[in-house]
Design a protein around this ligand. Structure first.
Ligand SMILES: Nc1ncnc2c1ncn2[C@@H]1O[C@H](COP(=O)(O)OP(=O)(O)OP(=O)(O)O)[C@@H](O)[C@H]1O
Ligand SMILES: [Mg+2]
Length: 229
């Protein structure tokens, strides 16, 4: 039996544009399975970031609801859902500028568990190392890292949270092909070996090809482009 960990139910959302309402998402429904790696394709302006904002409780749909493990996230509580059940990697890295890489990663761990700070730091270095960020770089303020390195810190930060649902808005956009490939393999492992549900917005057909299910955002709806539903 399939377990749907995350469900979008009949979502509608629009923006006021030149005094007129323009619907970006219209009656959009989709159910995401536990342990699967999804990608979402769609042209610029089709509403991918808007969709992720609703999925991550940064914004609230006008109609419809978002369900996590069978409960409406408005019932779970938006803050609680964001804090305890999901991690998001943004289109821009969204790191805390004045902290080092390792501090950025640690700051996301504190929220979930109360591990001793020495253990926490060690785990943070390990996660960063697995992303190719050595200790000397992990100890540097993130503003002194390259764009690709910052993106890897942002991914490490999301992974440190150890939650079941990881959302990403073009998390491999600033990476070279080889690094992007490694990170895609990591997402595959997280889904298949650790049962995490990964949903990534991407412009890359290559990233999409390596996911289990590719969706396309078109005319305000999510359609399956590739992979079984
Ligand atoms: N706050 C806003 N007010 C008005 N219109 C907005 C607002 N935010 C986004 N839009 C419009 O909504 C549409 C969808 O935007 P969105 O950022 O979701 O697209 P996207 O698919 O993520 O695009 P990209 O691939 O370029 O990141 C765009 O036409 C955008 O101009
Ligand atoms: Mg976007």
């Amino acid at each position: 039996m399939k377990t749907y960990i995350f469900e979008l139910e009949q979502l509608s959302y629009g923006y006021i544009d030149g005094g007129k309402k323009r619907l970006i998402l219209e009656d959009l429904s989709f159910r995401f399975e536990k342990g699967k790696f999804y990608t979402i394709l769609g042209p610029s302006g089709s509403g991918k970031t808007t969709l992720l904002a609703l999925a991550s409780a940064l914004d609230v749909p006008e109609k419809g609801r978002v369900m996590y493990q069978g409960s409406d996230i408005s019932k779970i509580g938006y803050t609680r859902f964001r804090r305890n059940h999901m991690a998001i990697i943004f289109q821009k890295y969204n790191l805390t500028d004045y902290l080092t890489g390792v501090e950025n990663v640690e700051s996301n761990m504190m929220i979930v568990d109360q591990k001793r700070s020495k253990d926490r730091k060690e785990i943070a270095y390990k996660i960063l190392a697995s992303m190719g960020i050595v200790q000397s770089k992990a100890d540097r303020r993130v503003t002194k890292l390259s764009g690709g390195e910052q993106q890897r810190v942002a991914i490490a930060r999301a992974l440190a949270k150890d939650v079941d649902l990881i959302l990403g808005d073009e998390p491999t956009g600033a990476l070279d092909t080889a690094t992007a490939k490694e990170i895609i393999e990591l997402f595959q492992r997280l889904a298949h070996d650790y049962g995490k549900t990964i949903i990534l917005v991407t412009h890359s057909d290559d990233v999409a090809k390596n996911s289990d299910i590719t969706l396309r955002l078109q005319d305000g709806k999510l359609l399956v482009e590739h992979g079984e539903e």
